[in-house]
Design a protein around this ligand. Structure first.
Ligand code: ADP
Length: 255
């Protein structure tokens, strides 16, 4: 009887421990969600202000003094509105994706796609960029890969956007595609500031931004998303970079 009681007591203690561990895990998950929400809110409210000021300011100017303004000035103001709206749309798209990843509701629809079409779509959306020369190096072959095209377009836009953001005006950005035995590679390279070797692993972490570039808009989720989206589609991401010379980001997707 004593032995049985001892075993039962041990079982009771073990059960209690399991219940406690589960409760602790739930509290941890809640805390993580809360901190994600707080981080997103902070980042978003900071980042939304500048483009919104430009959009409302430019629109007000056109509305109030449109008849006095020269055509060229009007086009410039409209371009500002267009660019900032596009930027905001990209930010919202990224934030939605982060939330979907966290909730496990990222709905991935894999289909065979022409890789060139996918990155042409991304480049088209960046084609208004006048400060940098964006060159697309097409491939001679027809290259296909399995992917969720909508999400890969979002990834390539993020990479081109970064290449432009972290490369001084006048620099160049190259987008190319290549085919390997198992994978298809989409590569975005730039002639920008580069990333030190010690930081190359950290830049893929959620909300990570390099200290010295805080004057650039950004939330620190672009590369985190890139890696999540690509790995969820059976691929991987690489970075090669040299400080002061430039960076090259490649996404590899299964052929
Ligand atoms: P964000 O651009 O919003 O800061 P990302 O996740 O896209 O967030 O990038 C994380 C960090 O990686 C950036 O803050 C920047 O320091 C660095 N980085 C990303 N792309 C490049 C690039 N092409 N050249 C140099 N640094 C880059």
């Amino acid at each position: 009887k004593n032995l049985l009681l001892a075993i039962l007591t041990e079982c009771g203690v073990a059960l209690e421990k399991v219940t406690l561990a589960e409760a602790k895990r739930e509290v941890e998950i809640k805390a993580q969600r809360e901190s994600l929400r707080a981080n997103l809110l902070r980042a978003v409210s900071h980042d939304l202000r500048t483009p919104l000021t430009c959009i409302t300011g430019n629109a007000a100017l056109i509305l109030d003094r449109g008849s006095e303004l020269e055509e060229e000035k009007k086009i410039e103001l409209c371009r500002g509105i267009y660019d900032d709206s596009l930027w905001l749309a990209g930010l919202v798209e990224n934030l939605l994706s982060v939330t979907r990843i966290e909730n496990g509701t990222m709905n991935i629809k894999m289909e065979p796609e022409l890789v060139e079409d996918v990155f042409a779509e991304a480049v088209k959306r960046m084609s208004r960029c006048k400060s940098h020369k964006i060159t697309v190096l097409p491939s001679d072959e027809i290259i296909m890969a399995e992917m969720d095209a909508r999400l890969i377009v979002q990834v390539v836009i993020n990479l081109i956007d970064n290449a432009v953001k972290y490369t001084p005006t006048g620099g160049s950005v190259h987008v190319s595609v290549a085919q390997w035995e198992m994978y298809v590679e989409i590569k975005v390279s730039d002639t920008g500031k580069g990333i030190s070797e010690s930081n190359q692993a950290s830049i893929f972490k959620r909300f990570y931004r390099e200290e010295e570039i805080h004057n650039q808009p950004g939330v620190g989720i672009g590369l985190y998303l890139t890696r999540e989206i690509v790995t969820q589609q059976g691929g991987y991401v690489t970075v090669e970079s040299q400080v002061g010379k430039g960076s090259a980001f490649s996404i590899f997707l299964p052929r």
